[in-house]
Design a protein around this ligand. Structure first.
Ligand code: AMP
Length: 412
């Protein structure tokens, strides 16, 4: 079954096309539509085994973007299917499922209405995600669509970990609680990791560190999410590329008062101007110091040059991950396996080394040589005989979305 996997952002569409069978999946093409709504947009289409195809033209909205993707997929030269009849379903990454969705589901009017009802708590993501679903309906009416939620894996987090210690009425009135994100990735790498070390997933304690531009750590106890570092929104928990992570709310309201910031401006500062970018002030371009970077590779370069703020930023970033590993081991009563994934988690041996060094007291014997394993592969980073194992596992959220889509469309 040929499935289109879509991850729609406010001005971008990431996509993959996979041929999914009961026992196997083959990637046919992947690509990216960027700069939707700007004067000039871009499509980059990468078919497997064929040359990359690029297109630059105005892409006023998601519907136009999706039309261009479908044209590329069926193009005589760089296409991967003969006609759109071969495309049987679309799977969408949807950021927020609130308390409604505990699993992926087929999209119908009720599902769309629920995704829309969550706009106010996921204003940056859900509108774009629904836009992708509606655009697909316009371009290919009748196609089966599946929504896969970033939050649904975390629905098992117990009340002691999902409630905030504020008046209970705010949970009752507004459903203010921890939801958690990156669920698809945490679940995927935990399963792969359990298999790699012969653990019984339903009887294991795993800490998964999804460290990308956005980042979160999850405690997975007996196959279920027990706690996670992101909260009501993706702002909470770890220090990220541009997000502050956990901090005293009073410090934030104090700054807002001093600077005369609105709540929206405060939210923007904490989500978009903070994290390693805000702390380090490092620029990705030495000629343009207004161009402050959130990319860990730029922070790494400044760190190596001895830039003091970059050193504080990266050490703080790593130390926060370490704190969560310890906290989650404590609340699960131990840990069998620690996993690193995501852009930084998979590619930065320095970050992993900081997090897992000096953890012998809890049974982690880090192996600095194994930690330099081959990029793009899954490998252990603890020493032979380490009581607690640690590994790098490459995440594949698109694969999970494609498999869920196959499962739900196949069954209906
Ligand atoms: P993601 O959000 O998972 O795509 O991850 C994006 C982040 O991964 C960015 O901050 C990148 O700088 C980071 N990243 C990618 N490659 C490397 C690398 N070789 N070393 C350090 N960080 C990297």
């Amino acid at each position: 079954m040929v499935i289109l996997v879509l991850n729609c952002g406010s001005s971008s569409i990431k996509y993959q096309v996979l041929d999914v069978q009961e026992q196997s999946q083959t990637l046919l093409a992947k690509g990216l539509v960027e700069r939707i709504g700007l004067a000039e947009g871009d499509l980059t289409h990468k078919p497997q085994g064929k040359d990359k195809f690029e297109l630059h033209c105005p892409i006023p909205d998601h519907t136009t973007g999706i039309r261009l993707v479908l044209d590329a997929l069926t193009h005589p030269e760089h296409g991967v299917i003969k006609s759109l009849d071969e495309l049987k379903a679309a799977g969408h990454r949807v950021a927020h499922g609130g308390e409604f969705f505990t699993d992926s589901c087929l999209v119908d009017d009720e599902v769309k209405a629920k995704i829309e009802s969550l706009y106010s708590i996921a204003p940056l993501h859900n509108p774009a995600n629904l836009e992708g679903i509606l655009s697909m309906e316009k371009v290919l009416p009748g196609i089966k669509q599946v929504a896969v939620f970033d939050t649904s894996f975390h629905h098992t987090i117990p009340a002691i970990n999902h409630l905030y210690a504020i008046p209970y009425e705010y949970y009752e009135k507004y459903r203010v609680r921890k939801y958690g994100f990156h669920g698809t990735s945490h679940k995927y790498v935990a399963r792969v990791g359990a298999e790699m070390f012969g653990l019984d997933f339903e009887n294991s304690k795993i800490v998964t560190c999804h460290i990308g531009n956005g980042a979160s750590v999850t405690a997975i106890k007996n196959g279920k999410s027990f706690d996670t570092s992101m909260g009501f929104s993706p702002l909470d928990g770890l220090v990220m590329g541009t997000r502050a992570g956990s901090m005293d709310v009073s410090a934030a309201t104090y700054i807002a008062e001093k600077e005369g910031m609105s709540y929206k401006e405060l939210d923007n500062m904490l989500n978009k101007k903070s994290g390693v970018q805000g702390l380090s002030g490092v620029s990705s371009d030495f000629r343009d110091l207004s161009n402050i970077s959130s990319d860990m590779r730029d922070i790494d370069a400044a760190y190596d040059e001895g830039n003091e703020r970059a050193i504080i930023a990266r050490d703080m970033y790593c130390n926060r991950i370490k704190k969560f590993v310890g906290e989650y081991a404590a609340e699960m009563g131990g840990v069998d396996l620690v996993i690193f994934t995501g852009g930084v988690g998979e590619n930065s041996p320095e970050v992993r080394e900081y997090v897992l060094s000096n953890m012998e007291f809890m049974g982690i014997e880090f192996d600095a040589v194994r930690n330099r394993g081959k990029r793009g592969t899954d490998y252990e980073i603890t020493a032979e005989g380490s009581k607690v194992k640690a590994a790098v596992i490459c995440t594949d959220e698109e694969l999970v979305i494609a498999k869920d889509t196959f499962r739900l469309v196949g069954a209906n």
